[in-house]
Write a protein that binds this ligand. Structure first.
Ligand SMILES: CC(C)(COP(=O)(O)OP(=O)(O)OC[C@H]1O[C@@H](n2cnc3c(N)ncnc32)[C@H](O)[C@@H]1OP(=O)(O)O)[C@@H](O)C(=O)NCCC(=O)NCCS
Length: 175
């Protein structure tokens, strides 16, 4: 894929419906059946992917969302947190990638890399020390993607998907 076809654009509050749509679609396709039960995934989505919650997340002053667009189609998105928006207390000047999702038909074509390079550039411009994230320990392809980008596991935490307790590994990449 030619990089000139791709655009990254900042998500604004009025984009909330579009963000909700791609957020639901990509989360369900990545972690729905057969990876998890329909009941657990629906319970998670009903709680975490509501229009109100997504809108509040866009409005948070220390969070930023971006769409990646190919030929006018939204094909993925990324969410960054800094300062108090980060989902864990970490020591040092850091940026969290809370979400990075590419729609299925565009995965494996370098789009995730394009978004990650953008994250790295942003973090470097802010003179941060590292980027970190949490990832389900069974999401081996994503873990491979992060390892290839220099991330290393530094901790783990528990994550509830509906009624199921899962483990997220926390990974960081120094800049
Ligand atoms: C993880 C993800 C963001 C990577 O983006 P991508 O555009 O698919 O990845 P790239 O094309 O830039 O890089 C390819 C590498 O990513 C990894 N990878 C992860 N998921 C992949 C997938 N579904 N298809 C192909 N490669 C994938 C592989 O290591 C691959 O390297 P390889 O070709 O040598 O096997 C994307 O696959 C995705 O959205 N996956 C589903 C949601 C998800 O797991 N998000 C992360 C939650 S923490």
């Amino acid at each position: 894929m030619e990089s000139k076809e791709l655009k990254i654009i900042k998500i604004l509050p009025e984009d909330n419906h579009k963000l909700l749509e791609i957020g639901l679609q990509t989360f369900y396709n990545s972690f729905g059946p057969p990876h998890n039960s329909e009941q657990n995934i629906q319970s998670y989505l009903n709680k975490n992917f509501t229009l109100e919650k997504i809108t509040n997340e866009i409005l948070h002053p220390e969070s930023q969302f971006f769409f990646v667009i190919c030929n006018n189609q939204i094909i993925g998105y990324i969410k960054f947190n800094s300062g108090v928006a980060q989902t864990e207390i970490v020591q040092g000047k850091s940026l969290e990638i809370e979400r990075i999702y590419i729609i299925k038909s565009y995965q494996g074509q370098g789009i995730g890399q394009y978004l990650f390079d953008y994250a790295k550039q942003m973090a470097n411009e802010k003179a941060l020390e590292f980027i970190w994230l949490g990832v389900w320990d069974k999401n081996t392809r994503a873990i491979q993607f992060y390892e290839r980008n220099g991330f290393k596991i530094f901790d783990k935490h528990t994550f509830m998907l509906g009624s199921e307790k899962q483990t997220d590994v926390m990974m960081k990449c120094f800049l």
